[in-house]
Design a protein around this ligand. Structure first.
Ligand code: ADP
Ligand code: MG
Length: 487
């Protein structure tokens, strides 16, 4: 199948050719013709399968006719993170090169100097994160009644990050006569319910069994105790022929700790997590993409869906609590037929999570025993002062109720949710630098948010009302609005 068989117009085809794509990916092949027919589409395909172009290409065609009116965008794309929103904007820029479209990007992290002006002129494409969008609607700065195409990208990540109420609120402001497109890497029941709410008779497109791991990734576990994790990982990295690697932690706090540890040991390393300022994140991503940094330590949320290069290795510093994150993590290597290697450090606390992963991928992960060290004894179900304050079962039942400040709720991965109470508890501190991260600071991440009271278990915060967008108030950085003229 060629791009020219999909019904796209000449200008778009020309731009695609210049980008260098020779043929559409399976999700593009199936979704593009349906979107051009103006059907609602629900597209499910793994991360890295080209979902962005699957909706941007036909949207560019659809937008070729008509003009935007002041304050009324013609299409709205909601994306869970700033990075993903920026990537979508870049796609519109690349593929829409031969079309005159106006675009606005509404994401946090930078000043709001231009936004009123741009919106008052009218935009064809508005790309936003949900919190920003609601804020703007509430200020009456934008009217959504002219939106003809509504896209919900990375819907499963929106769900994980607690954005669904915001998304529903935004959708309620949209005209009912519209086209709705929903894309997700996984098809959870909640996503299905959302699709039913937003769409009338969506065409459902599924590509690849969502639970498959690439055959081109060799997977191993290495057993270790809590204290020895960093040393085991260093040994492993030194022994492996690592061109570039992503190292995943379950919690932002551990991203920081591990980053400092690697720096101390003179590795070429950078860190990526949701608390970093936008500029720093972009610089980090670019440095990693360009090969100036060998190791990228990150959390799931920070890395999800990003268009990063194929890496030679993926290291799971922590076993992800949510098994699906394992698939996403190791999917960073072994792309495009190349081989990759994925390692996961396993402690005596992780057996349950490991079993869930092995069940999901349908095989046992081989142990690379020459790097393994003696494990801690298996924890008692109710060990005092240990990392897992809750039993795994409680933790599983509780994550939705674990009160956390709003920003954190929106930034962190589900796995982090379950381990959140641990921030108050004793941490293994084999290396000095760890002491430099006080638990209270780590629990709060974003310093602008109200601090968690020290002598209270995080659970108590359940009383707090789920934060509304308004709660950002003055504490949040102002909007960012970039106008990018496509010529
Ligand atoms: P997803 O949203 O499914 O996770 P992306 O849209 O971010 O995936 O695309 C992943 C990568 O694939 C990007 O680098 C993109 O440029 C590339 N890509 C998309 N479509 C094609 C294609 N038809 N041929 C080759 N590469 C493609
Ligand atoms: Mg995507």
């Amino acid at each position: 199948m060629k791009f020219s068989d999909l019904g796209l117009n000449e200008n778009t085809l020309k731009a695609v050719e210049e980008v260098g794509y020779t043929e559409p990916t399976p999700i593009q092949e199936k979704a593009i013709p349906e979107i051009l027919k103006r059907n609602d589409v629900m597209g499910i395909a793994q991360t890295g399968t080209g979902k962005t172009a699957a909706f941007t290409l036909p949207m560019i065609d659809i937008l070729a006719n008509g003009r935007a009116k002041a304050l009324m965008p013609r299409t709205l794309i909601l994306s869970p993170t700033r990075e993903l929103a920026t990537q979508i904007a870049e796609c519109f820029q690349k593929y829409g090169k031969y079309q005159k479209l106006t675009m606005a990007l509404l994401i946090g992290g930078e000043s709001m100097v231009e936004q009123q002006k741009i919106l008052s002129r009218g935009v064809d494409v508005l790309i936003a994160t949900p919190g920003r969008m609601i804020d703007l609607c509430e200020r009456g700065r934008i009217l959504l009644r002219d939106v003809r195409v509504f896209v919900l990208d990375e819907a499963d990540r929106m769900l994980d990050m607690g954005f669904i109420p915001d998304v529903e609120k935004i959708a309620s402001k949209l005209p009912s006569m519209r086209q709705t497109l929903l894309f997700s890497a996984t098809m959870l029941p909640e996503i299905k319910a959302l699709a039913q709410k937003f769409m009338k008779f969506p065409v459902e497109i599924r590509v690849d069994p969502p639970m498959s791991t690439a055959d081109t990734v060799e997977q191993f576990i290495v057993k270790t105790n809590e204290r020895g994790k960093r040393e085991v990982l260093r040994n492993l990295i030194r022994a492996e022929d690592v061109k570039n690697a992503m190292i995943f932690c379950n919690r932002k706090k551990d991203v920081d700790i591990l980053f400092k540890s690697f720096t101390k040991h003179k590795f070429s390393v950078a860190a990526l997590h949701g608390d970093m300022a936008q500029g720093a994140r972009t610089d980090t991503l670019n440095a990693f993409r360009d090969g100036n940094v060998q190791l990228l330590v990150c959390s799931d949320v920070a890395a999800r869906g990003l268009d990063l290069p194929d890496v030679s290795h993926v290291f799971n510093f922590d076993v992800p609590v949510n098994s699906e994150d394992y698939i996403h993590r190791i999917g960073r290597t072994g792309r495009a037929g190349r081989t990759g290697r994925a390692f996961m450090l396993v402690t005596s606390r992780d057996f349950k999570a490991l079993a869930a992963i092995e069940k999901m991928i349908g095989k046992k992960i081989e142990e690379m025993s020459r790097f393994s060290v003696e494990m801690d004894p298996e924890p008692e179900p109710k060990t005092k002062g240990r990392r897992c304050g809750k039993s795994a079962k409680q933790a599983e039942a509780a994550p939705k109720n674990d009160a956390v400040k709003k920003d954190e709720k929106r930034e962190r991965a589900p796995a982090a949710k379950e381990k959140q109470p641990a921030v108050k508890e004793k941490q293994p501190a084999p290396e000095k630098e760890k002491a430099a991260v006080p638990a209270a600071k780590a629990a709060n991440g974003n310093k602008k948010a109200k601090p968690v009271q020290n002598n209270r278990p995080p659970k108590r915060q359940n009383d707090r009302k789920p934060a509304e967008t308004k709660a950002f108030g003055n504490a949040m950085p102002a909007f960012m609005m970039n106008e990018i003229k496509l010529s």
